[in-house]
Design a protein. Structure first.
Length: 141
């Protein structure tokens, strides 16, 4: 079985790969966070090379307190033009507004709040993790 994850989904596929390596032939990261040298996604976001990250342009669309909901709820379909433009700049800067709207209509509003913080680092010691890891495009983490 091949398991693939994109973007934030890299954290999830790392966890699955670490939990059940014997069931996977390969884990593929597509422009995804592949936490190896640092313990989690949040640690990568705090590095100097991420100081100019556009992620805050997306987090301005969070509409409720994640500590209460257990998820960061993101209003991908906000009517606020500055929120739309920030999300566009961060996720799809060269898309037309119409293409960005189509993209945003495919996204879910809730993401488990715990995903970026626990230690999902991909294991890389021989025999200690999943058998193959492939980055299909430059990794973000």
């Amino acid at each position: 079985m091949i398991l693939a994850g994109a973007s934030h989904g890299g954290v999830t596929v790392s966890r699955v790969g670490n939990a059940i390596p014997e069931l996977l032939d390969r884990v593929v990261y597509i422009a995804a966070y592949c936490c190896v040298d640092l313990p989690n996604m949040t640690a990568y976001l705090a590095t100097p090379e991420n100081s100019d990250s556009l992620l805050p342009l997306v987090t301005q669309a969070v509409v409720a307190d994640p500590a209460i909901l257990g998820v960061p709820r993101i209003n991908w379909r906000s009517a606020d033009p500055s929120v739309f433009n920030g999300i566009k700049q961060c996720l799809a800067g060269d898309f037309t507004d119409e293409a960005v709207s189509r993209l945003l209509n495919t996204l879910e509003p809730d993401e488990p709040v715990s995903t970026p913080w626990p230690t999902p680092a991909a294991k890389r010691a021989p025999g200690a993790g999943f058998p193959g890891r492939t980055c299909a495009s430059p990794a973000t983490g």
